[in-house]
Structures are given as C-alpha cells and as structure tokens.
Ligand binder design. Structure first.
Ligand SMILES: [Zn+2]
Length: 99
C-alpha cells in the first residue's frame, strides 16, 4: 500500500487514515511543469537531489491547504489542476497538526 513520500510522514492508505479524512494523491501527469514543482518540493524536503517519483508515489492530503482542493459533483475531493502543490512539508506540519 502506498505511503506518503514526504520526509517524516508515514501516512499510508490504510482504512484508518481514510476514515480520518486523509486522502492520497498521485503525482500529476497532466502537466510536466506542475509535476516538476511537486518533484522539486519533495527533493528539497528529502534532501535527495536525484529523487524521482514512481508510478505509485503519493502525497497525502495533510500537506496541502484548503485552497488546493475542490469537491467533485460526486463528492470526491480532488486537487485543483495546475495549482495544487504540497506546501506543508518538513517539521512545521507535524507541529501544526497536533493542535
Ligand atoms: Zn504525508
């Protein structure tokens, strides 16, 4: 089962996490520039300049803010195309999420 690729985040797509409202998002394939932005952020936070996502790499929803999401007519949460990038990475997010 996929685990979030953000350094220090061990969220994986278990039912428990899903029931807490955490969603998992694959790297964007629709647009190279958008995808490159994700890769750059993940490389930074992992400190690995040569890191590349695999087909199953995912980032979990705690690293995005509310503006990055929209809800489809079927009630599914999706990332806003070309806009949403993981931004809450590193230690800050884990401190914030405790409250
Ligand atoms: Zn995560």
């Amino acid at each position: 089962m996929p685990t979030c690729v953000v350094k220090g985040c061990n969220n994986n797509s278990t039912l428990q996490n899903k029931s807490q409202g955490i969603t998992f998002h694959k790297f964007p394939s629709a647009n190279e520039k958008w995808k490159d932005n994700w890769i750059r952020i993940i490389r930074n936070c992992r400190g690995q300049e040569d890191w590349s996502p695999s087909k199953s790499s995912v980032v979990c929803s705690i690293h995005f803010d509310q503006n990055d999401f929209y809800t489809t007519s079927k009630g599914r949460r999706r990332l806003v195309p070309y806009h949403a990038v993981p931004k809450l990475v590193g230690y800050a997010v884990f401190i914030i999420r405790r409250f």
